[in-house]
Design a protein around this ligand. Structure first.
Ligand code: ZN
Length: 566
């Protein structure tokens, strides 16, 4: 799955097993700090069926997607060019899945702003405003996009007895007599997929890393056959690759009718070797950190899981679904549950994409709401560290209740996800604090703490209506009551107190770990009810922000030219 949406943005219409797989994946919520789309939709005023959206390309801040390619070998540079060519094919296929013919739409739009907005949205509907049409006469977006005939009802689909109708990799069309028929992707788009597979095969022949070579060979086959499982397994097996290419029909969010059909997309990725080495180092320190947690021994008796398959990459090209509307900044793949059971999954943080959103969205928010002399402590390095330590901190604490009743997840039911994300936030800060004392993490604690506070405010920008945003508000209000930060009534800005924050981190860690260990459903419910709310003061501050026209998301200027590969 990807976290352009927060976890809870899953449509609820997806088949149960895929939905459960999404909920089981816990990597995404920290990054909702930078993703407001889901909450924004929830907070938007409800419109009538005939509502239309405004043409508003300016909500997307343009960013040039770059990274340092100077250390890449000549074959690696060639491979990136081939990946980008294959990605462009995915882009065209996603247009067909989401709307239909791209060029027909774009040439019909005479207003350049409307044309640009259609390109950002891969169609004439505003993805960040409930898919409302912004082109006169196009009507509402079909719930099933172009995966099904636009006039097909759910009842007709459900009544049809057709093999493969609910497959991830088939489209539903009408035959000459108007009856529904199933067409596999690899037949429907055989020409385009063959072309993309050729590019991937050419790249495989240039690959020096055997794991990457093997994966690319199998991925080319997958594009030609719709059988992704062998390549998903090979993707998890490869560990030493510097380049990566995520390509194919992957996520099912575009099918809002049933959540069955996978949308084409691609990411061209270059591993951040420095961060990857640091992550491996930090993960190795987890057992010692677990012992030091500020909680009674029985609440830290388990050996922490060192989830080592967590990586930082720079993305150099986005295409198709992941490039439409809100930009994905972390991916957790593969989605195939059988593969997950056999080999787990891989979490990939897209560092330069996180940076783009940090620069364009978080910095202006901090500029409005953080005390003037502390704004300099809102830094990208601290932000990325907060995000990465959140991910590592999921490994701390315990998974089973101390009374032997079973798992924490079972005991806390629907409240488990929010509390677990809150735990990762707070214990992430705990890790940073401890490792900073030992010199393993450098820089001023003030950077990490002030940046964290700005991130929390950002995450509730569109309201705290879902579980993870509510959990963020619990942390915010708990910290406020502990004096970790204060608000200056004259300026309306927030100031962090470092010693008080350290104490609040310890105390809130104790509270969360105890609630989890006791499987205390009632206690968690009470905490969420009392502290998981946006107070009137913060609400006013958020309204002040809304008037500032801070971008909602970013759009990438990307390709071989901006990378200096041409
Ligand atoms: Zn998380």
């Amino acid at each position: 799955m990807s976290s352009q949406q927060s976890v809870s943005a899953a449509t609820g219409r997806a088949p149960l097993n895929r939905l459960l797989a999404r909920l089981a994946v816990r990597g995404a919520a920290a990054l909702m700090i930078l993703n407001g789309a889901a909450g924004q939709a929830a907070a938007a005023p409800s419109g009538s069926a005939a509502a239309t959206a405004r043409v508003r390309p300016e909500i997307y801040a343009p960013v040039t997607l770059q990274t340092d390619v100077s250390s890449l070998s000549a074959p690696e540079r060639q491979m990136i060019g081939l990946f980008i060519e294959a990605a462009k094919v995915m882009d065209g296929l996603f247009w067909q899945q989401a709307y239909g013919d791209r060029d027909t739409l774009l040439t019909s739009l005479k207003d350049p702003a409307a044309r640009q907005f259609a390109e950002f949205n891969y169609g004439p509907w505003d993805r960040l405003d409930r898919d409302l049409p912004f082109v006169a006469g196009v009507g509402p977006k079909p719930e099933g996009a172009r995966f099904y005939p636009p006039d097909m009802t759910k009842e007709e689909f459900e009544a049809a007895r057709l093999d493969g109708k609910d497959s991830l990799y088939t489209v539903i069309e009408r035959d000459a007599r108007g009856a529904l028929k199933v067409v596999p992707y690899h037949e429907r788009w055989s020409r385009e997929l063959g072309q993309a597979a050729d590019y991937v095969e050419q790249a495989s022949r240039l690959a020096a890393d055997p794991g990457l070579k093997h994966y690319l060979e199998l991925r080319a086959q997958a594009l030609r056959t719709d059988d992704y499982q062998p390549s998903d397994l090979a993707w998890l097996d490869m560990k030493q690759n510097r380049l990566d290419f995520v390509v194919g029909a992957i996520e099912t969010y575009e099918d809002k009718l049933f959540g069955y059909k996978a949308a084409y997309e691609a990411y061209v990725l270059i591993k951040d070797l420095e961060w990857s080495a640091r992550l491996a180092r930090y993960a190795s320190l987890l057992p010692g950190l677990q012992k030091g947690l500020p909680v009674a021994d029985k609440y830290k008796a388990e050996m922490p899981g060192t989830d080592s398959d967590l990586n930082a990459y720079d993305a150099v090209y986005y295409a198709g679904h992941c490039n439409a509307g809100s930009k994905t900044i972390a991916i957790n793949l593969p989605n195939d549950e059988e593969v997950q059971l056999r080999k787990g999954s891989r979490r990939v943080q897209l560092k330069n994409a996180v940076r783009a959103k940090f620069d364009k969205i978080m910095v202006p928010i901090a500029g409005e709401l953080i005390a003037a002399d502390q704004i300099k402590h809102v830094t990208f390095d601290a932000f990325f560290a907060d995000v990465m330590f959140h991910e590592i901190a999921h490994g701390l604490g315990i998974k089973n209740t101390v009374d032997g009743r079973g798992t924490v997840r079972e005991a806390l039911k629907e409240l488990d996800g929010g509390l677990e994300e809150q735990k990762a936030d707070v214990l992430g800060l705990y890790m940073i604090t401890k490792l900073n004392e030992r010199g393993e993490v450098t820089g001023a604690l003030e950077d990490y703490y002030v940046t964290f506070l700005a991130g929390i405010i950002r995450s509730v920008r569109w309201g705290a209506t879902e579980a993870h945003a509510r959990a963020n508000m619990v942390t915010f209000n708990y910290f406020a009551e502990a004096g970790a930060f204060s608000r200056d009534a004259a300026t309306g800005r927030y100031r962090v107190d470092v010693p008080a924050t350290r104490k609040a981190i310890d105390n809130l860690s104790t509270l969360i770990l105890t609630l989890q260990g006791n499987g205390d459903y009632v206690g968690v419910k009470a905490l969420s009810a009392s502290k998981g709310v946006v107070g009137p003061q913060l609400q006013q501050d958020l309204e002040r922000l809304a008037a500032r026209n801070i971008p909602v998301d970013v759009v990438f200027n990307q390709g071989t030219a901006v990378l200096g590969l041409q």
